[in-house]
Design a protein around this ligand. Structure first.
Ligand code: SF4
Ligand code: SF4
Length: 136
């Protein structure tokens, strides 16, 4: 058994590696990859259909400024990515096409505490750095 494994390893040495040095070398994502959702605040009407559709109850509709620094607030989705399974149903069901799939799946999304996995409307809209507001 040991000899067979050594023989197998020696046979594989000249071949190109099938693994990559993640995270230095990131995985190439397909066009259909579903990462962190992107919210278009100007399209969102705060209807809550995304929240009602979510099979994991990961969306809450919360009040947030309509744009950075604005005093005017409206209802927008906030997503708990600790519960999100990235099924994309919220995106499919949005009547205003206000949600789309982003490509982020690690950057700024790997946290120690569950509360840091709550992605507020500003972060979904990418108006605020995903790292901002984290507490260790
Ligand atoms: S993202 Fe779409 S479904 Fe969700 S509250 Fe906004 S408009 Fe409604
Ligand atoms: S992708 Fe699926 S699980 Fe995640 S928030 Fe949308 S509906 Fe819920």
């Amino acid at each position: 058994m040991v000899l067979r494994n050594i023989k197998y390893a020696l046979k594989k040495i000249p071949q190109p590696p099938v693994t990559r040095m993640y995270p230095e070398k990131a995985t190439e994502l397909s066009d259909r990859f579903r990462g962190l959702q992107i919210l278009n605040k100007s399209k969102c009407i705060g209807c809550g259909i995304c929240a009602n559709t979510c099979p994991n109850n990961a969306i809450r509709i919360v009040k947030a400024p309509i744009s950075p620094g604005s005093d005017k607030k409206r209802w927008f989705p906030e997503i708990d990515i600790g519960h999100c399974l990235f099924c994309g149903l919220c995106i499919d069901q949005c009547p205003k096409d206000a949600l789309t799939s982003g490509k982020e799946y690690t950057e700024g999304l790997v946290k120690w505490k569950h509360k840091d996995l709550l992605i507020c409307p500003d972060k979904l809209a990418r108006e605020v750095d995903l790292e901002e507001g984290d507490e260790k």
